[in-house]
Write a protein that binds this ligand. Structure first.
Ligand code: ZN
Ligand code: ZN
Length: 583
């Protein structure tokens, strides 16, 4: 009985319309998805010159009999979909069974396949069947594609450089392998292995196999659910941030998807744990009822729309925030010095260049310390910092009027004095802003604030925000307010500046006032203003005080902008660097 059904003409045309083999990676995607659909446990992809010269995919899936093999290359034949409605409730992987005939029409294809009985050998050139013979009975499918676009030279021009085609294949397969940790993938280019996963069905192990120890050792497991969604995966500690969103991988019901709102939820959860321009490494699997998903956007774009996005947003942000809070650690100086494996870095850089405009180029972290990176193996570079929340730092001195040098029994620390005080002030401000009862201070000399006409009107509507905070203000002539008292916690001598900042934030807010976000931005902005700057020589006692306050913070390790406050050199790091310890 044939597994492949001939599908309805309209649907075929619908899909075919958008059907373009844009890149070598679209072919790799099609073929590997077919392998997964065939139940393969081992999939090997071999590229030549990034796929431009040749692509072959070998799997141990169920294979096809002769009839199905022939049908697979006929337009409008697919086993994956056969009803128009299915387009909107897709839970099998592929809905592009159409792609195989398209690919075959512009290349030279060899297919060897067997269900375990008699095998089939097909050769197709420019869509025409050249050979149909029996072959050996190895179960599974081998498909080889070369001479891509040989008969449509115009299309050939659309392929990018070898490096770029390769980069997009690697990028696709990394994500695909993470979505399928139960399958072993191997990817080679010109016989060089670029990716190999074991098919252990262990997501953390798969992350390790793809990204290496430096990243996998910094991943925190997360797991949570609500009525509609289950989420599971790994998120990185803030020490290994990237300059682009490429490593935020979201898998919904087994499919790698791109969804701006989900990426935003992940990014928001890292708020104050990282700078706005850096992005985490995250692999997040979300399971939900397929009826909550709309695949009404172009299928090849991998984009979907989620109903109940609010609930999902809540689930993602609380899950990640909790996990980060539970795993606060000081960034270790030595780990920051090491870079990714250079081959991979090249490839990643190319992907980034090719990708969306907003994504910045990956940059290496703290490359100045390259003296360690070459000689040590990655294995040796992990040292877990365990002094969570029992942190104690004793100042030794101040360098450049900017960095406090401190020590304790575990090692030496460098503390950025501005960032540290910013964190202290930020947490203090947040506490004050949440207080129900505000203590206020009368101003001996009231402050007048002059505004433009429209600003004046806007502030009039939102006056209560200021009043609730503890400001007493009155209208005072044309477009002017007079401030008579302010909350006591504002920094003495900076009252006027602080008030202006707060009013700016109110006026700058879009429609819909968000109390939580507003408080956050006030706390951060004022914290920065209140804190000692770099190049200010503070006394030993002041250093001591600052470090004590910092150690008592909920998160002493980042300033509210997400920059690190503390960098650590453990005793072990020091011994290794000075060659006192030989391993
Ligand atoms: Zn600052
Ligand atoms: Zn900062």
């Amino acid at each position: 009985m044939s597994k492949i059904r001939v599908m309805d003409e309209t649907l075929a045309n619908k899909i075919a319309a958008g059907e373009v083999v844009e890149k070598c990676s679209s072919i790799v995607k099609e073929l590997t998805e077919n392998s997964i659909d065939a139940g393969a446990k081992v999939v090997m992809i071999h590229l030549q010159e990034g796929g431009i010269k040749g692509i072959s995919v070998i799997d141990d899936g169920s294979g096809m009999d002769n009839e199905d093999a022939l049908l697979a290359f006929q337009r409008h034949a697919t086993s994956k979909l056969y009803k128009d409605d299915d387009l909107f409730f897709i839970d099998t992987l592929g809905f592009r069974g159409e792609a195989l005939p398209s690919i075959a029409s512009v290349s030279h294809v060899i297919l060897k396949t067997s269900t375990g009985n008699v095998g089939t050998y097909l050769e197709i050139e420019g869509g025409k069947l050249k050979t149909n013979e029996s072959a050996d009975a190895r179960k599974g499918t081998i498909i080889e594609i070369d001479h891509l676009f040989y008969n449509t030279p115009a299309r050939l021009k659309y392929l990018k450089s070898e490096q770029s085609e390769l980069a997009s294949c690697v990028s696709f397969l990394e994500k695909f392998a993470l979505a399928h940790p139960e399958v072993s993938f191997t990817l080679t280019n010109d016989n060089r292995t670029l990716l190999k996963t074991s098919g252990s069905n262990n997501l953390h192990k798969t992350i390790h196999e793809i990204y290496g120890l430096q990243i996998s050792s910094k991943m925190i497991e997360v797991k949570n659910s609500n009525d509609d969604f289950d989420c599971y995966g790994y998120i990185c500690k803030p020490e290994i941030l990237k300059s682009n969103r490429n490593h935020m991988i979201v898998i919904v019901n087994g499919r790698v998807i791109k969804n701006y709102e989900i990426l935003k939820a992940i990014n928001d959860a890292y708020y104050t744990y990282k700078p706005d321009t850096k992005y985490p490494v995250v692999v997040l699997k979300i399971e939900t009822d397929p009826t909550l998903i709309d695949v009404n956007i172009h299928p090849t774009k991998q984009d979907i729309k989620i109903n109940k996005m609010r609930e999902l947003y809540e689930l993602i942000t609380t899950t990640i925030k909790d996990a980060l809070y539970q795993n606060l650690l000081i960034p270790n100086a030595v780990e920051r010095m090491s870079n990714l494996n250079p081959i991979k870095q090249d490839i990643i850089n190319t992907v980034i260049k090719e990708q969306e405009e907003t994504y910045e180029k990956d940059e290496k972290i703290q490359a100045t310390f390259d003296f360690v990176k070459a000689e040590e193996s990655q294995e040796e570079n992990i040292t877990y910092n365990s002094e969570i929340k029992e942190l104690k730092l004793y100042p030794v001195g101040l360098a450049h009027g900017t960095y406090i040098i401190a020590e304790n029994e575990n090692g030496i620390y460098l503390i950025d004095q501005h960032a540290a005080q910013e964190r202290v002030n930020y947490e203090r401000n947040m506490k004050h802003l949440k207080e129900k009862k505000v203590t206020t201070t009368e101003l001996l000399f009231p402050i007048t604030i002059e505004l433009s006409n429209s600003e004046f009107e806007k502030l009039k509507e939102q006056k209560e925000i200021l009043q609730e905070m503890g400001f007493k203000l009155e209208e005072f002539g044309l477009n002017t307010y007079i401030i008579k008292s302010h909350p006591t916690w504002l920094l003495e001598g900076k009252e006027e500046e602080s008030i202006r900042k707060i009013i700016d934030l109110i006026l700058g807010g879009l429609d819909g006032f968000d109390r939580v976000k507003f408080n956050e931005s006030i706390a951060i902005t004022l914290a920065c203003k209140m804190s000692i700057k770099a190049n200010m020589h503070i006394s030993h006692t002041a250093q001591e005080e600052l470090l004590n306050e910092l150690c008592q913070c909920d998160n002493p390790y980042n300033c509210p902008h997400g920059r690190p406050t503390i960098i650590k050199f453990s005793i072990y790091d020091l011994e290794r660097m000075f060659k006192r310890a030989m391993n």
